[in-house]
Design a protein around this ligand. Sequence first.
Ligand code: SF4
Ligand code: SF4
Length: 222
Amino acid sequence: MIITEKKDTNALLETIKNYKKFFLLGCSECASLCGTGGEPALNEMKELLESQGKEVKGTFVTKTGCQVLGTKVELKGFKEELEDTDCVIVMSCGAGTQSAVELFPDKPVVPSNNSLFLGNMTRLQMFDERCSLCGDCILDKTGGICPVTACPKGLLNGPCGGTSDGCCEVSPDIKCAWVRIYERMNNIGQLDTLKKTTLDAKDWSKAQKPRNLYTRKEKEKK
Ligand code: SF4
Ligand code: SF4
């Protein structure tokens, strides 16, 4: 999931100071789980805006904010409210915000959140970064633990010389990624495989931005 956090309230109010009427757009997926884009967050934002003398013309939590066409269909019932809006505040990730930019080409669209990373929710409201979207996954060779992400140096073939008592040199409060990988490979009986494996330097051209993917292309050719 995409992990988001709320922007600083004063900074957000400064950004929207010249607008009076708002539409709030949340997302039922990642942003809801992060507490930044579900119903409670939208209600909180509505209260905040109204306390500042602003009007909230409508609020809606999309099913999936980054799904442009689905969001367009869902918003069909809000034509009047949206027409009477100076600014759409999007309470999801940066991708959701840019869906709104596509759907409202002549309206200001403002994000209320910062998008941080791709991660997992390990406990309620506790999130860990797990994948850096490198475009060439090597989890099958590292026991399912990502050294590109879990190691601050992104080392691919074992720990650096700074590992101390199993902890990371850069972030001593976390376990060294390569200690975790070693333990995991040991647990699943694949230490021999780990010892024989040398990973090539990452081909970062696969992560060159902006990336796009159209999975129906091949079907259309047939
Ligand atoms: S190897 Fe790449 S794709 Fe796989 S988890 Fe790590 S960053 Fe993500
Ligand atoms: S101690 Fe381990 S996790 Fe930390 S930078 Fe070195 S190899 Fe990476």
